[in-house]
Design a binder for this molecule. Structure first.
Ligand code: NAD
Length: 332
């Protein structure tokens, strides 16, 4: 079985080669992004393994199909970048890694909160320059404040438990079933508007689906407590990026931590440090002292990477043996 991994980097080949010891698939690591034009590179590969910013739309899938692709094995949990209708029409199953390490993403969200609140990046840059002053570094106690968790699936639940450990009040919003362990911890499920109005920190952990596209827009930002903090480690499209600049300028939004960005495709996971940044909104966001942007790295721990590689290759093996698992369905 020949598998091509698009958008792959050294860290992907390191973990996939190790995980492949249990399978012996023929792995081909391709640095290129996958789209309708680069799909030709997959000719002759039965299995295509895209990453989160690859464009697996109808045109890409049709080109892959022509080249003999029979399976899409995503090495991600999210599948918002795949046209599932087109995949179904072409008879190409789509598999994913539903869970790898919810701790990795939840802990990164907590890292963003602490770094923003205590101005850690600024403080470290300052002491390195021999400036040991404290002005501009004033933070607040998380203890006793309120955190709003939007989406209490695997990641949101781990995140909520960590924040409860800080002594924060936990408000949650999720249209699905309440998580009993969180309710037992004292978390309160409330309507989204109430969560936005009452939280000092709002953290997004829901998937990007048509219902959640621009869940946080200008109107939602105006419903938040003045000066509150927003953290997005979910997907870029959950937040209307242009609305963030105005909210930060006016002080309505006090702090912003982004691990994902609406227009991150073609930018994140790559070194653009020698090039002029073409995205004016991102350029403006990066100028605020109370904004931290990380480039979709919340998943990036050793444990998560190993689990992603093992599950992805295990998914391909299960499909090959006629017992597919972790299949993405249209209803998912
Ligand atoms: P999950 O499926 O376990 O949980 C998602 C939760 O969101 C579910 O409880 C669901 O009911 C809820 N939800 C659905 N629609 C909602 C809405 N309109 N409002 C509020 N909640 C809603 O998924 P998970 O493993 O916890 O992952 C959550 C998201 O995190 C993923 O969809 C993915 O986009 C993102 N993610 C990001 C990274 C990263 O590296 N930054 C890594 C993994 C996952």
């Amino acid at each position: 079985m020949r598998i091509i991994l698009f958008s792959s980097r050294q860290y992907d080949s390191d973990t996939f080669v190790e995980a492949n010891a249990a399978h012996n698939f023929q792995l081909h690591f391709q640095e290129s992004h996958l789209d309708a034009e680069t799909a030709v590179l997959a000719d002759g590969f039965e299995v295509v393994c895209p990453f989160v910013n690859d464009l697996v739309d109808a045109a890409t899938l049709e080109r892959l199909h022509q080249g003999g692709t029979r399976l899409i094995a995503l090495r991600s949990a999210g599948f918002n970048h795949v046209d599932l209708h087109a995949a179904q029409r072409l008879g190409i199953p789509v598999l994913r890694v539903p869970a790898y390490s919810p701790h990795a993403v939840a802990e990164h969200a907590v890292g963003l909160i602490l770094a923003l609140n205590r101005r850690l990046a600024r403080a470290a840059a300052r002491t390195r320059e021999g400036d040991f002053s404290l002005h501009g570094l004033l933070g607040f106690d998380l203890h006793g404040k309120t955190v709003g968790v939007v989406g209490t699936g695997m990641i949101g639940r781990v995140f909520a438990r960590i924040m409860a450990g800080f002594g924060m009040q936990v408000l949650t919003y999720d249209p699905g079933q309440p998580a009993e362990d969180l309710v037992a911890l004292g978390a309160r499920y409330v309507p989204l508007d109430m969560l936005l109005a009452d939280s000092d920190v709002v953290s997004l952990h829901c998937p990007l689906v048509p219902d959640t596209y621009h869940l946080i827009d200008e109107a939602a930002l105006n419903k938040m407590k003045r000066g509150a903090m927003l953290i997005n480690t979910g997907r870029g499209g959950l937040v209307e990026s242009n609305a963030l600049v105005g909210a930060l300028k006016s002080g309505q939004l006090g702090n912003l931590g982004l691990d994902v960005y609406e227009e991150e495709g073609g930018l994140f996971f790559e070194d653009h440090s020698n090039l002029p940044l073409q995205d004016d909104t991102l350029a403006r966001l990066l100028m605020f002292p109370n904004v931290i942007v990380t480039a979709h790295q919340a998943f990036f721990t050793r444990e998560a990477m190993n689990e992603i590689a093992q599950t992805t290759l295990g998914n391909v093996a299960a499909w090959e043996s006629g017992t597919p698992r972790n299949v993405v369905t249209l209803q998912a």
